[in-house]
Ligand binder design. Structure first.
Ligand code: ZN
Length: 144
C-alpha cells in the first residue's frame, strides 16, 4: 500500500516528489514508473480508496512529466524551502562559536534548549548545515 506523506513544512507547498515517492534527482523514466504504479494502487475506479490521493498523484505527474514545468516547480520548491528556513532562522554562526565537548558541538537556543551537532553529522560536501532546535521551531545555521 502506497504511503503518501506530504511534507508541507510551514507552507502549503506540496512536495510532488514525495507524492510520487521519488528522489528529486529521479529521471523522467523513474517518475513515470512510480506514477504508473501509484495510479494503479490509488485509482478510485479500482480501489475504494482516497480520491484526494489519486488527484494529488495526477497533479504531481502533470507538473513533473514536462521538463519545463518541472524546472519551474523545482525552483519554486527550493524557494519555498529557503524562505521557510530564513524566517525561522535563529542565528548564523561559525562552528568555532559552538561549545565543543568531545566532538559534540552545542549552542544555546533562545528557548533555553540546545542545538546539538555531532562531528558525524557534518555533511562531507557542504560547508554549511542547518540544525533544528528540539524544543522550538527555530533553526541554527552553522558555517564550517
Ligand atoms: Zn529553541
Amino acid at each position: 500500500m502506497a504511503n503518501v506523506n506530504i511534507k508541507t513544512g510551514t507552507s502549503e507547498f506540496p512536495d510532488y516528489y514525495e507524492v510520487l515517492q521519488c528522489e528529486r534527482t529521479a529521471s523522467s523514466e523513474e517518475l513515470k514508473k512510480s506514477y504508473q504504479s501509484l495510479i494503479l494502487s490509488t485509482h478510485p475506479d479500482k480501489v475504494n480508496c482516497n480520491n484526494d490521493r489519486f488527484l494529488l498523484v495526477q497533479e504531481a505527474w502533470n507538473i513533473l512529466r514536462d521538463p519545463e514545468s518541472r524546472k519551474l516547480y523545482d525552483a519554486q520548491l527550493s524557494n519555498s524551502e529557503h524562505s521557510n528556513t530564513d524566517c525561522l532562522l535563529y542565528d548564523v554562526i561559525n562552528l568555532s562559536d559552538m561549545d565543543n565537548c568531545d566532538g559534540v558541538y552545542t549552542y544555546m537556543c533562545r528557548c533555553g534548549s540546545n542545538y546539538v551537532l555531532e562531528d558525524s553529522d557534518r555533511p562531507l560536501n557542504e560547508n554549511t548545515v542547518v540544525i533544528d532546535c528540539e524544543e522550538c521551531s527555530f533553526s541554527l545555521k552553522v558555517n564550517f
